[in-house]
Design a protein around this ligand. Structure first.
Ligand code: ATP
Ligand code: MG
Length: 293
C-alpha cells in the first residue's frame, strides 16, 4: 500500500482487545478521529493523520516497512514478528493490554522447572518467543503452532503443555490447566518506523509522540493537596507515591502546619491516604489530571 503524500499514518488494531483503548489514546492526544465509510482507514479531521485499521499481526511489518509511521501493538506480537529484518522501534509502553505469555499444562504433568518439558510437545501461537525461551533454558521440546484455541490442545492430545497469553487465568482454569512458568510479560507499546518521515510531517510526528507520552503519564497521575503538621512534613512527603518535589505553602494564621501540593505519578490508593492521615495529614484532596507535559 503506497503512502498518501502529506499525511501521517498510524496502524491500530481494527477490532479486538487493543482496538478501543488505542482509539481512546489517540483521541486523548487531541486527534479528532472520524469514522468514515472506509472501514480500513479512519481520518483525523484536525490534523493530516490517517488511522490504518488492521489485524494486530500486520502492525509490526507495516511500521517496520514505513507503510505506517506509528503503530500501537502488543509487545508479544512485536517480539514474535522479530525476524532479523528492519525493526519497528519501541517509543514507549502504553500501560494497557497487559498480559503474560505462560507455560501451562494439566495438573497431572509433573513439574520441576523448565527441564520438565524436555521431550514433550507444546502448542502455542508464539513459536518464535517460545523457541527462544526453550533454547535459553536448555530445553529440547517439540513446538506445534496453532492460530487460536491453544488451550484445547492438551485435551485433544495434540500437546502435553501449552504456551499462551494469560491475563486473569480464567481460560486456563476453564480448561483444567495450571500456569507453570512465565515466558514473556507484555503490554501495548507505541512503535515508530525506522523509515524517515517526509520533512513537512516531522514536527507533527514528534508533537504527537510527546502528546501521547503526556496522556500515558497522566493516566495514573493525580494532583494531591493536603495540610500537614510541620513536624511530620518529611514523613508525609515521603509517603506521596512518585512525586518529586512537592510545593509547600504556609497556611494563614497557623505556624504549626503547612499546605502541601504534589503531582503523584503513580496511582494513589486508599491505603496511602490512610497512612497520610495517620501521620497527621488533614483535608486530603486527590484530583485527576487531564493533561501533562
Ligand atoms: P486480530 O484480529 O487483530 O489478529 P487477535 O485475536 O490476534 O486480533 P486479541 O485477542 O484482540 O488479538 O488481542 C490483542 C492483544 O491484546 C494481544 O496480542 C495481547 O497483546 C493483548 N492481550 C491482553 N490480554 C490478553 C489476553 N487475556 N489474551 C490475549 N491477548 C491479550
Ligand atoms: Mg492477531
Amino acid at each position: 500500500m503506497s503512502k498518501v503524500q502529506g499525511r501521517l499514518r498510524i496502524a491500530v488494531q481494527k477490532s479486538g482487545r487493543l482496538a478501543e483503548r488505542s482509539l481512546d489514546l489517540i483521541r486523548n492526544a487531541g486527534l479528532r478521529v472520524i469514522k468514515g465509510n472506509n472501514d480500513l482507514l479512519y481520518k483525523v479531521e484536525n490534523a493530516p493523520v490517517d488511522l490504518l485499521r488492521v489485524r494486530d499481526d500486520d502492525i509490526p511489518t507495516f511500521v517496520a516497512d514505513g507503510v505506517c509511521d506509528l503503530g500501537i501493538v502488543g509487545e508479544n506480537v512485536l517480539e514474535e514478528a522479530r525476524n532479523g529484518g528492519p525493526l519497528a522501534e519501541v517509543v514507549m509502553p502504553l500501560g494497557f493490554g497487559r498480559c503474560t505469555l505462560k507455560i501451562a499444562a494439566p495438573e497431572s504433568l509433573p513439574w520441576d522447572g523448565p527441564a520438565s518439558l524436555n521431550g514433550l510437545r507444546l502448542a502455542t501461537s508464539y513459536p518464535r518467543i517460545l523457541g527462544r525461551w526453550l533454547a535459553e533454558n536448555g530445553v529440547e521440546a517439540g513446538v506445534i503452532t496453532m492460530r487460536g484455541a491453544v488451550e484445547v490442545a492438551p485435551r485433544l492430545k495434540l500437546a502435553s503443555a501449552i504456551c499462551d497469553l494469560v491475563s486473569t487465568g480464567a481460560t486456563l482454569e476453564a480448561n483444567g490447566l495450571v500456569p507453570l512458568d512465565t515466558v514473556f510479560e507484555s503490554q501495548a507499546v507505541l512503535i515508530r518506523s525506522p523509515q524517515p518521515v517526509e520533512e513537512a510531517l516531522e514536527s507533527l510526528l514528534e508533537n504527537l509522540i510527546t502528546r501521547i507520552g503526556g496522556v500515558v503519564a497522566s493516566q495514573d497521575a493525580k494532583y494531591v493537596m493536603l495540610n500537614a503538621p510541620r513536624a511530620a512534613l518529611d514523613r508525609i512527603t515521603a509517603l506521596l507515591p512518585g512525586s518529586e518535589s512537592p510545593t509547600v505553602m504556609p497556611l494563614s494564621g497557623r505556624d504549626d502546619a503547612v499546605a502541601v501540593h504534589a503531582v503523584c505519578q503513580e496511582a494513589v490508593f486508599w491505603e496511602t491516604l490512610e497512612r497520610l492521615k495517620a501521620e497527621g495529614a488533614s483535608s486530603i484532596l486527590v484530583l485527576p489530571i487531564e493533561k501533562m507535559m
